[in-house]
Design a protein around this ligand. Structure first.
Ligand code: PBG
Length: 329
């Protein structure tokens, strides 16, 4: 008897590059990518970040140049993080109209105009001397409601300085509602809120804390960020933020939470963003520097997997580089 050969052969659709391109599902486009940028007050030269090779703390001048390059490469957006020269208990630099972030936001709007979307991370950890994301009580806990008042004021300052999107990342209860109300009251009903709705207490933020000089002086963020063991509360957080007026929701980190990205994508009818965070970047760069992995292919694969999981928007430190290479393909 002759051997039984398969009639159905999935390999037919993988035979040539042209065929594979034809049937490819998930694709990353420059316009889906958001470039995070750091600006530091009072430095004359950009400062490299040891744990994030290729990423720097910018001066106002080099920030403009980086923003120009990102816009030229076609990235969908920029998200700004500021590091003030002086930090204090209430994070005064965060909502100071003459503070570094507000100045840099004005620079960015002037530099890129309508070419890309200017966003501002909205939090206190980069501005507080204790490194927590909010105001502390006398016993050293983060005071949720006192922090909300600070966030409202920051939102207003960032919108006034030209942020088209504010992105609250502090995981305080009610932050989106408070910020939405403050923006509307101040005449910024057109400013969007991209909520870091799902934010895990993750070791993958380690390198960022060098970049933003915001490692907590004591304790950790586990009393306000989510436990990596939990999936259900992510949907709870997402629905709360949508009820409070979020225009877009984010999941963070990305690669260790692709199941959550997928669940959120299926549950909501707004754009879903995923943040490929500093530790995800650092791991790839470190392995690539050793020659242990193919850097370009790994970067493509990570971004494709995040898109396939359902993210519409990806925040990644490789945004400009990838956008550039995509437009040359
Ligand atoms: C808080 C904030 C953090 C990141 C983005 N916004 C740090 C934290 O929660 O500890 C991390 C981003 C990254 O790791 O790339 N302002």
């Amino acid at each position: 008897m002759s051997a039984q050969f398969p009639v159905v052969r999935p390999r037919r659709l993988r035979r040539t590059p042209a065929m594979r391109r034809l049937v490819a599902e998930a694709q990353v486009r420059p316009s889906d990518l958001v470039q995070p940028l750091f600006v530091k007050e009072g430095i004359a030269e950009p400062q490299p970040i040891a744990s994030m090779p290729g990423v720097v703390q910018h001066t106002r001048d080099t920030l403009r140049k980086a923003a120009h390059d990102a816009a030229e490469a076609g990235v969908g957006g920029l998200i700004l993080f500021g590091i003030p020269a002086v930090k204090d208990g209430r994070g005064s630099g965060a909502d100071d109209p003459a503070g570094i972030v507000q100045k840099a936001l004005r620079d960015l709007s002037a530099e890129v105009g309508d070419a890309t979307v200017v966003m501002a991370d909205l939090c206190l950890d980069e501005y507080t001397d204790h490194g927590h994301c909010g105001i502390l009580t006398s016993s050293g806990e983060v005071d949720n409601d006192a922090t909300l008042e600070r966030y409202a004021s920051i939102a207003e300052a960032q919108a006034a300085a030209g942020a088209e999107v504010v992105a609250p990342s502090g995981m305080m209860d009610g932050q989106v509602g408070t910020i939405r109300a403050a923006l509307d009251k101040a005449g910024y009903s057109g400013t969007s809120v991209m909520a870091y709705a799902v934010k895990y207490a993750s070791a993958f933020y380690g390198p960022f804390r060098d970049a933003a000089e915001c490692a907590p002086r004591f304790g950790d963020r586990a009393a306000y960020q989510q436990d990596p063991a939990n999936a259900e509360e992510s949907l709870r957080e997402v629905f709360l933020d949508l009820d409070e007026g979020a225009d877009m929701v984010m999941v963070k980190p990305a690669m260790t939470y692709l199941d959550i990205v997928r669940r959120v994508r299926e549950a909501v009818r707004v754009p879903v963003a995923a943040y490929q965070v500093s530790g995800e970047y650092a791991m790839v760069e470190a392995a690539a520097a050793q020659g242990w992995v193919d850097r370009g292919r790994i970067i493509d694969e990570t971004l494709t997997s995040i898109r396939r999981a359902g993210a519409d928007i990806i925040l990644t430190y490789w945004a400009t580089e990838v956008a550039r290479s995509l437009s040359h393909r």
